[in-house]
Design a protein. Structure first.
Length: 120
């Protein structure tokens, strides 16, 4: 699907505090990266993040968790796109659950580095 991107990532110790809980910034970084993939796939041009919208960390993410990050373009404006991002976590012994969700907005850039229409 052109509007959706899915990526798997594993949480390593360097992504977490000494208690084994993942840093929020690590999870945000994954959301921005995969959200950007969805935006660039839809716009077919370079993009830049302009806004990180509400992000909710529903349950802790821990070292050893496998994360599936799903990003969907949910709004296309003139030069901007909004992407909804969900982060599911799973382990060999635990069912997959939604851990974090949020939305990010990206702007398509022309060759001059200025905002350019997404379509056109
Ligand atoms: C993104 C950027 C190019 C936009 O420039 P700008 O002069 O504000 O552009 P415009 O006013 O023409 O707005 C462009 C689009 O962005 C949207 N936008 C601008 N500021 C926004 C904000 N705070 N939240 C959501 N959307 C925003 C506008 O609504 C417009 O969307 P539309 O064309 O779909 O209606 C500029 O702000 C920038 O370079 N920011 C830094 C981005 C960056 O470095 N990101 C990485 C983080 S380190």
């Amino acid at each position: 699907m052109e509007n959706e991107v899915r990526t798997l990532e594993l949480v390593f110790p360097e992504h977490a505090n000494p208690n084994g809980a993942a840093f929020g910034g690590f999870v945000l970084g994954l959301m921005d990266k995969v959200g950007g993939y969805a935006a660039v796939r839809r716009a077919k041009k370079p993009i830049v993040t302009v806004r990180v919208g509400e992000v909710v960390f529903e349950v802790p993410i821990r070292v050893g968790d496998m994360l599936e990050i799903i990003a969907r373009v949910v709004r296309v404006g003139r030069t901007s796109l909004t992407v909804e991002v969900e982060v599911f976590k799973e382990r060999l012994d635990t069912p997959r659950i939604l851990a974090t969700r949020g939305n990010l907005t990206y702007v398509a850039l022309g060759p001059d580095g200025k905002p350019t229409p997404v379509d056109g």
